[in-house]
Design a protein around this ligand. Sequence first.
Ligand code: CA
Ligand code: CA
Length: 317
Amino acid sequence: MNRHRLAAGILALGLLSGPVVAAVADAGEPPEPAVRTPEPALAPQSQPEPQVRLRPSRERGRTGRITPVAGAERLQVPAGVDPACAPWIEAGLRNGGGKAVYADLFAEIKPPLTASRPMISSYLPAGYELGVKLLIGIPPEAPLGEYPLTLRTGSESLTVPITVVDLAGLDNGGNVALRRTVTASSAHTGGNYPACSVVDGDRSSDGWAGGNGWNDATSRTWPDTLDITLGQERTLSRVDLYTIDTARYPASTYGLRDWDVQVRTGGQWQTVAEVRGNTSGVVRSDFAPVSADAVRILTRASNGANDFSRVIEVEAY
Ligand SMILES: [Ca+2]
Ligand SMILES: [Ca+2]
């Protein structure tokens, strides 16, 4: 059985507990409408993008055990993070035994932080592991500090430290836009496309419409804007933009084609880079160093399909 079919089967069995992460926009690309009702954000889809990843285990050999696995050894999250763009970690199970099993994974995190799924139950073939996005809820009143996330299955457990830091203390790798405030000119309501998703640190287009990218609400109408306030003056010389780009939704058909990169200095917006004719998933714009307290992406055209603006991530250095 191929992996995709297997993953779909697990979903169809409804064995996963916890909230469904997102609805997925669908329906066909309509003929030129006389009246603009909200248009689908994308072309037809046969099924939602899977929220479960099932794959052959990366660990070689049989351990004879079912063990919890996590996508990262630790996770740093900013206090006051927008709940529409909750941080997440991949959590799951590995079957190191010789036969298929049904197994349960229990997730616990130190309060007041919360995990989106207290339990994951799944069928798991021998030699496979699965991972599910576990969203981490961080109430505004949560004090800075460390909150262990414990994943258990049977007698096996794995602890991942989750550290809540203030925004200034966030390890941003030099990307001063990370987790800053974003304002979009509009956002499509036919799915989950929050503006804050363009600064959540996740560059992947996978799981489109599940909250990992922004889609504006004004089809075939330009320009659209994304404004990112940096919280203070920064010297900028580079902005990277990630547009949608997957096997199903390639950038050359669904991605952003033309845009201006602007920065705000002394309350005035100025254009520092212009991108035209893009067909790739990521574009780096370099420009002469400039002091600014905000970055704007002013979109001018996309590559066709429904003609929306679709942005996965914006990084500023
Ligand atoms: Ca993102
Ligand atoms: Ca638009």
